[in-house]
Design a protein around this ligand. Structure first.
Ligand code: NAD
Length: 355
């Protein structure tokens, strides 16, 4: 699951190469921007063809976090940690302790959490070394834990907004194709089923696909053929870069709205969607629920405050789509323009303390 670019590259503020041979740690922390606050973004543990591929992914993901955090109106900049999954067996405790020490050395300029390939248990190890980490087990009715249910809720609310605008309809009885039944995709299926939508799903793990199909009365399609599904909404919840020129030409959906980061292979693919009359709900606008939960945990907000901000995802998408319509822009270009304006307008490096 390597994400490909959507936003145009602007240089990061700093890049911190990580290497601890004893712990098997190799990777990088990219601080793309601390203009709005500490650079926040998860830690990915993944296998890459080479160091250049890892660096490229880290740079794009860090920049994407700057845009996502600005659009969600969080007092945070954007950053990302990407670690190479070691060959053979991994001592995760040593690996994440070494990573935690690297985060500590940045003295609060970077706030980490889980991402693809990492989980709550890994973040607990990081917490042993630094307080600049979230996504820890929930404690005493405070925000925390796995952020993916908040991501799924935000995507669901954005989908409601997109369906109303594009199809003049509620989600009830609409056919929604969900690609990827991991943490977010499976939670999203539950919400869609509850709302009365009819589900089509694709997932490489047959047991998981069968379980979700059974639970929510969903139709299963192949990993590739789901792009051709007869549906009103396509929800990419697996990979980045799924919508390239060929994929866009195949889609039958009238709305694209999902959790995956960097859904568009290139910005031009977003233009192609607009040319075909397909409404694209920009990824970083609709999938911010998880980082809102992480921000709430780190900054000491209440559960209600986190829920209120996640709930506003539909409104934020509406504002982006309104701007797009007024300016004659495709939605992804409107989102980029609004995000850049917010980042530029931000006071430089407000001082924030972890709760
Ligand atoms: P995950 O790893 O739990 O789930 C991904 C799922 O996609 C897995 O079940 C995997 O088997 C499946 N998959 C892989 N290749 C596929 C293919 N070709 N077709 C269909 N399914 C395929 O990840 P997640 O946490 O659910 O995140 C999903 C996406 O959303 C990722 O792109 C992630 O970066 C993005 N995202 C997640 C969060 C979050 O809170 N977890 C927040 C923002 C963005």
């Amino acid at each position: 699951m390597v994400d490909t670019p959507q936003v145009s590259a602007t240089p990061p503020e700093s890049v911190h190469v990580l290497r601890d041979d004893d712990a098997g740690l190799r990777g990088v922390i990219v601080l793309h921007s601390t203009r709005r606050g500490p650079a926040a973004g998860g830690c990915r543990l993944w296998r890459y063809a080479d160091h250049a591929a890892l660096m490229g992914d880290a740079m794009r993901l860090a920049e994407g976090m700057t845009y996502k955090n600005a659009m969600a109106d969080l007092p945070l900049g954007g950053g990302k940690a990407v670690l190479a999954l070691p060959q053979g067996s991994v001592d995760r405790r040593r690996l994440f302790a070494a990573f935690g020490r690297a985060v500590a050395r940045l003295e609060g300029d970077y706030v980490t959490a889980e991402d693809a390939g990492t989980g709550v248990a890994d973040m607990e190890v990081v917490r042993g070394e630094t307080r600049h980490v979230a996504g820890l087990p929930v404690q005493g009715g405070r925000p925390g834990g796995d952020p993916s249910p908040c991501t799924a809720r935000g995507v669901f609310l954005a989908m409601e907004e997109a369906a109303r605008r594009q199809l003049g309809s509620e989600l009830k009885s609409l056919r929604v194709a969900v690609q990827g039944l991991g943490h977010v995709g499976s939670a999203l299926c539950g919400m869609l089923h509850e709302a009365g939508a009819r589900l089509i799903v694709a997932e490489p793990r047959p047991g998981v696909a069968a379980e979700i199909a059974c639970r929510y009365d969903a139709e299963i399609m192949g990993r590739d053929s789901i792009l051709d599904a007869r549906c009103a909404i396509f929800a990419p919840c697996a990979l980045g870069g799924v919508l390239d020129q060929e994929a866009v030409s195949r889609l039958r959906a009238r709305v694209v709205c999902g959790a995956a980061n960097n859904v568009l292979a290139t910005p031009e693919d977003g233009d192609r969607l607009a040319d075909r009359g397909i409404l694209y709900a920009p990824d970083y606008v609709v999938n911010a629920g998880g980082i809102i939960s992480v921000a709430g945990e780190y900054l000491g907000w209440s559960v209600d405050e986190v829920a209120r901000r996640v709930h506003a995802t539909g409104l934020r998408l509406g504002a982006v789509l309104g701007h797009a319509a007024r300016e004659g822009l495709a939605p992804h270009r409107a989102a980029d323009a609004l995000a850049r304006a917010r980042i530029t307008a931000a006071p430089a490096s407000p001082v924030l303390e972890a709760a």
